[in-house]
Design a protein around this ligand. Structure first.
Ligand SMILES: Cc1ncc(C[n+]2csc(CCOP(=O)(O)OP(=O)(O)O)c2C)c(N)n1
Length: 325
């Protein structure tokens, strides 16, 4: 089924913004303005944007370190994200973390990434269970990687969600490597989604570099979850196009593999599709890219003038105040 033009234009903007913001982060890191590591998400844009666009405003999501697009789609501004990267008070975690780890904001339905890989999944399953107990028609979505899929917490979370038919969508981003470990060195199944059968839920394998495929699968899973039919596991196959983090030159990845995946770049594919449908031409693309760079220049200026946090506030927010849902 062909997606409507307005959805494709939205997706195109978010995917281009995600990549440009990622490039901006790399640039700021090279200027030594970002303390610590920097995780690039290049190549993951169709997954984070496609899955997040399938959610409703009251739903909740736990993105990970390569899901920048999901933060943007949910409404976290580039200003706040760049301030976060620079450790400033206007960052999402108010200067408590540099790069991706602490970027949660429940006002936007975003649970901050728990660095211990699939550790976010049981949290999201708990939220999904709370929605059922409270009789709310809300959906929880959790992202995890191929590496995270081999850890115990992901199995427990999937099993619990299936057992209680929870409104949960699992998005597994299979980007072929967990740090330097290729998928074949950590599991003996062809598809991570094949495991869905063992948990008792539907599993879908999608081309993670195809926005339309990701969006359709996520939309179907969200609708299924909302109507009380239970969880779905969606495996999005993609490739990590950069090192694990900026320090990693990924000498362990065969260059031909990267070249092969570069031919399937998710943004170029979406643009080719839009051009075929006469929804995009060179002039419109150029306008969009200029608009995004202008937006990011303003965001960077905002972030760079934002102060560092007052050390006296260091323990603020360590304990929950009031309810969280
Ligand atoms: C329990 C634990 N062990 C190790 C790490 C360090 N670490 C962070 S991401 C990562 C690899 C994750 O691989 P995957 O789940 O496939 O996600 P990807 O980085 O490929 O997107 C590792 C080993 C961690 N954060 N937590």
């Amino acid at each position: 089924m062909e997606l409507p033009p307005d959805l494709l234009h939205q997706a195109h903007y978010w995917m281009r913004l995600t990549r440009a913001l990622d490039d901006r982060g790399t640039f700021l890191h090279k200027q030594s303005k970002i303390v610590g590591g920097y995780f690039s998400q290049i190549g993951h844009e169709a997954i984070s944007v496609g899955a997040a666009l399938a959610l409703g405003a009251d739903d909740v999501v736990a993105p990970m370190h390569r899901d920048l697009g999901a933060y943007l789609v949910r409404g976290i501004t580039p200003q706040r994200i760049l301030a976060q990267y620079l450790g400033r008070v206007d960052g999402v975690s108010h200067g408590r973390d540099g790069n991706i780890h602490g970027m949660g904001d429940l006002n936007y339905g975003i649970v901050g990434f728990i660095s211990h890989l699939p550790a976010s999944l049981p949290v999201m399953v708990g939220m999904a269970h709370a929605f059922v107990l409270k009789g709310e028609a809300r959906v929880a979505m959790g992202f995890y990687g191929d590496g995270g899929s081999s850890q115990g917490l992901s199995h427990e979370a999937l099993n619990w969600a299936a057992t209680f038919r929870l409104p949960m969508v699992f998005i597994c981003e299979n980007n072929q490597y967990a740090y330097s470990t290729p998928v074949a060195r950590q599991m003996h199944v062809a598809n991570i989604a094949d495991r869905a059968l063992g948990y008792g839920m539907p599993g879908a394998v999608v081309d993670g570099n195809d926005f339309s495929a990701v969006y359709h699968a996520a939309r179907t899973a969200v609708e299924r979850a909302r109507s009380g039919e239970g969880p779905t596991l969606i495996e999005c196959k993609t490739m990590r196009m950069r090192g694990h983090a900026i320090h990693d030159n990924m000498a362990y990845v065969p260059p031909a593999l990267l070249e092969e995946w570069a031919q399937r770049d998710p943004i170029l594919r979406l643009e080719a599709h839009m051009r075929e449908r006469a929804l995009l031409d060179d002039a419109a693309l150029n306008d969009l890219l200029v608009r995004i760079e202008t937006e990011l220049d303003a965001a960077q200026a905002f972030a760079e003038q934002s102060p560092y946090p007052d050390p006296a506030t260091l323990t603020d927010g360590v304990y929950a105040e009031g309810g969280f849902l």
